[in-house]
Every structure is written in structure tokens, then in C-alpha cells.
Design a protein around this ligand. Structure first.
Ligand code: SAH
Ligand code: TMP
Ligand code: ZN
Length: 405
């Protein structure tokens, strides 16, 4: 295959097998026609970008029945309020009538904080259902993909932007050249492109291979962001590690020459070199860790079955699609997956077809053991479920190591 960024010839370092659409929760009638692709992940030694070999078409993933609603977690609501306050304080205060654009604004969880302050804003969100939810929260939203056409539209209708924000979407978009060009056209000369995504350093450290699924065509590091966006006229001027989604990074980029980069950027680049994020060997080792994690998880679940324990999973996350299909865990090992998102309930998990049920089932008849798929929300969930734990309910977590407690 060719690297999407620098066209270097590269080979996958891990083959996860056939994978369905991670957020493609489905009804029984659709089992027959379920779509699968080969999920292989490669690393480019020239530009240091970790990427999928194949990615399904965007409109197969992002449409009017998109299943991920950002507002399902209280912690994420708090996080996005902090993100908005931080942007406001650092980059918008004192500006005359600032304008904020967000790529992949989903249900408006971030932009509502600007809307409440009466700041001019625009969410670009191709999935119509989540975009409608954003409008209910007073967030100005347009149903479309962000690209150079959308940039023209924004310039005609609204004018230039002071900041373009994004969270958990830059890593979804294969053609970053087009995105950078679009962002550059929309931004003022001193405008900033600020986005956060799951961080490669955390994925490697925690063997959280469930960060790899159809939507995540890239898993970024500071090294790869510097290289990718450096090619397309941007400069990485600052970064800020985040605890969200099991370890993320916020990247702050300006047009080249408009700002001076903070020291922390070089410090991080050095740290990543020491971690070996620039070396193929690191990814070979990661593959071995993934295989061990898979074998350990299957073993623990089989022991539960032997003991005739009832096992339920918590959170029908997109990440869980990778775990279930790579480990081949089906309804024989997990009774159902509990999830608070209405659109996922009474459907089946992609590929392995485990029923997804309303959270009330979990409360009414707590299982013996719960597999925490939403491990990135562990703090919030452990607090919420402390009665279950106190009453002897057990947990299985697979990140950073498989353990039962
Ligand atoms: N920012 C939110 C949502 C992340 S999910 C959060 O962090 O919780 C990714 C979102 O990006 C989805 O709502 C999806 O529809 C949208 N998206 C995917 N590709 C996009 C593109 N090219 N332009 C704009 N939005 C996109
Ligand atoms: P995420 O890990 O991609 O954010 O997805 C989390 C999923 O878990 C989402 O479908 C909502 C669900 N969820 C619950 O069911 N209960 C909870 O308490 C939390 C925080 C999330
Ligand atoms: Zn490359």
C-alpha cells in the first residue's frame, strides 16, 4: 500500500481480520447484508503516520442514522465546556465579533458553550440526526462534510473564521490535504486550527488497540501532525495532553510564520522519539501485546462461562466493535451490552450480533460480572455503579491489561 500522506510504500504491521462498520448497530433482518472490510493497520517510517490500509466510504459511516451522540457522558460535557472556555480565554477575548467554526460538531456538545455566550459559530456536521439534536440546543449547524467546497460556502455566507475547532474527527478524514487547504481558506491570517484526537502514545502504552476502527483512519502523534500539516502550510505551535477517550492530545496549529511555537512542542517530539513512536519495532511489539490482550480476554470470559456467571458488557462503544470481532466474542460469552443511547438499543452489535439493551436491564437484574467496554469513562461509571460493586458485582477491564476485580 501507499502512505496516504507521503506516498511511501508501506506494509501493515497488524491484520485484525474482517470488520463491520463500528457504529453500524443493526436489526436481525440486516444481518445478511452486513458490510465488512479488511482492517489492517500500517506505520509509515518516513512521515511517522499510523493509518488504516482500507477505510469504508465516509457516507457508509456518517449519515442520518449515525449512532454516536456526544452528550451520553457527563464527563465529556464538562470537558467540552472547559475546551470552549480555554479557547475563549486564550484566543477570542478582546476580538471584535469573533467567529468559530467546528468540524464534526455532532450534537453540539462543544459549540453550545459558544452559543450560550452569543458568539458567532457554525457547526459542520454531515450526520443529519446528530446535527438536528445540536440545533435543538441552539447550535447553528450545516449538514455537510468539511472540505474545500464547504470552505467556499462558509466564506460566501459567513466570512473568515478566527478559530476552527475539532474533536475526534480529524483522525476520521483520509484526505487531510483537502482539509488543510479548506481550513487555510476559511481562517484569518492569525487564525488557529485546534483539534484533539486519541493519542498514539497512549494507545501504544496501554495496548488500547480498540482505538483502531473504521472511522479512525489515522492515530496521530505530535510527530505525524507536525509532518502532515507542515506539508500543507500549517505549523504545530502548541499541544496539550488530555485525559479524554483514554488519552488524547490537543494540537494547536497556525498558518506558517504567524506564531512562534512553544517549547513544549520540541519536548514532546523528543519524548516520542524516546518512546520509539518513529520505529517499526514499536509497532511489532504492539502487535504482540494486542495478541496477548486478545488471548487473555477470551480466557477470562471462558472462565466466567464455566462458572455459569452472567456476563454483561457496559457501553456499546465503537471501540467494542474491534474487540468483539478481533477476539470473536459473541452472544455465547456476553448476554447483552447495556447502553444509554436510544438509537443503539434493541439492535445488535456490528459483526458479532450481541443484543444491545436499555440500561434499565442492568439496574433491574445486575449480572455477576460486567465487561467495561466504555473503559475511557471508567471514573464516571465506577461512581455511578458503586452500589453494584458494593453488592459484590465484578468487573472485567481489558485496558491497560486484562483484569477482573
Ligand atoms: N466532536 C464530537 C463528535 C466526534 S464523532 C465529539 O468529540 O464527541 C465524529 C463526528 O464527525 C461525527 O458526528 C461525524 O458525523 C463527523 N464527521 C465525520 N467526517 C466529517 C467531515 N469530513 N467533516 C465534518 N464532520 C465529519
Ligand atoms: P465512547 O467511549 O465512544 O464515548 O462511547 C461510550 C458509549 O457508552 C456510548 O454509547 C454511551 C455509553 N455509555 C453508557 O451506556 N453509560 C454511561 O454511563 C456512559 C458514560 C456511556
Ligand atoms: Zn508517510
Amino acid at each position: 500500500m501507499k502512505c496516504r500522506i507521503c506516498t511511501n510504500s508501506i506494509e501493515p504491521f497488524i491484520f485484525f481480520g474482517k470488520m463491520p462498520i463500528a457504529n453500524g448497530f443493526l436489526i436481525e433482518n440486516d444481518f445478511q447484508n452486513e458490510f465488512y472490510f479488511d482492517m489492517n493497520t500500517a506505520f509509515c517510517e518516513k512521515c511517522f503516520t499510523v493509518q488504516l490500509e482500507h477505510q469504508p466510504n465516509p457516507d457508509m459511516m456518517f449519515h442520518e442514522n449515525y449512532a454516536f451522540f456526544s452528550r451520553q457522558s457527563k464527563k465529556m460535557k464538562d470537558h467540552f465546556k472547559e475546551y470552549a472556555d480555554w479557547v475563549f480565554k486564550n484566543y477570542l477575548i478582546g476580538k471584535n465579533d469573533p467567529f468559530v467554526v467546528e468540524i464534526g460538531s455532532n450534537d453540539g456538545i462543544l459549540l453550545e458553550n459558544f452559543s450560550k455566550k452569543n458568539i458567532r459559530h457554525l457547526g459542520i456536521e454531515p450526520s443529519a440526526n446528530v446535527g438536528n439534536e445540536a440545533r435543538k440546543h441552539g447550535v447553528n449547524t450545516e449538514t455537510r462534510f468539511f472540505n474545500t467546497d464547504t470552505a467556499k460556502h462558509i466564506l460566501n455566507k459567513y466570512g473568515k473564521a478566527d478559530v476552527i475547532l475539532a474533536a475526534n474527527v480529524m483522525c476520521h478524514i483520509p484526505d487531510l490535504k483537502n482539509i488543510a487547504e479548506a481550513a487555510s481558506n476559511v481562517l484569518n491570517q492569525d487564525g488557529l486550527l485546534i483539534f484533539e484526537d486519541p493519542y498514539l502514545g497512549d494507545m501504544i502504552k496501554k495496548t488500547s488497540y480498540d482505538q483502531i476502527y473504521d472511522e479512525h483512519v489515522y492515530i496521530f502523534s505530535a510527530m505525524s501532525i507536525k509532518n502532515i500539516f507542515g506539508k500543507y502550510g500549517f505549523e504545530l505551535i502548541n499541544l496539550l495532553p488530555q485525559s479524554t477517550h483514554g488519552g488524547s492530545m490537543r494540537y494547536i496549529l497556525s498558518k506558517k510564520g504567524s506564531y512562534k511555537a512553544e517549547k513544549i512542542v520540541d519536548e514532546f517530539l523528543l519524548k516520542e522519539k524516546k518512546m520509539g513512536l518513529d520505529s517499526q519495532k514499536t509497532y511489532e511489539k504492539f502487535r504482540k501485546n494486542c495478541e496477548k490482550s486478545r488471548d487473555d480476554l477470551i480466557k477470562v470470559l471462558k472462565e466466567e462461562k464455566k462458572k455459569k456467571n452472567r456476563v454483561v458488557a457496559y457501553g456499546a462503544t465503537s471501540k467494542s466493535t474491534t474487540i468483539l470481532n478481533y477476539c470473536k466474542i459473541g452472544p455465547d460469552l456476553i448476554e447483552y451490552i447495556s447502553d444509554t443511547t436510544p438509537i443503539k438499543q434493541d439492535k445488535f452489535s456490528p459483526g458479532m450480533h450481541i443484543p444491545v439493551k436499555n440500561y434499565s436491564n442492568f439496574i433491574e437484574a445486575p449480572p455477576d460480572t460486567t465487561l467495561l467496554f466504555a473503559w475511557n469513562h471508567a471514573e464516571e461509571i465506577m461512581e455511578k455503579e458503586n452500589k453494584y460493586t458494593k453488592n459484590g458485582g465484578k468487573w472485567i477491564v481489558h485496558v491497560p491489561n486484562v483484569k477482573k476485580f
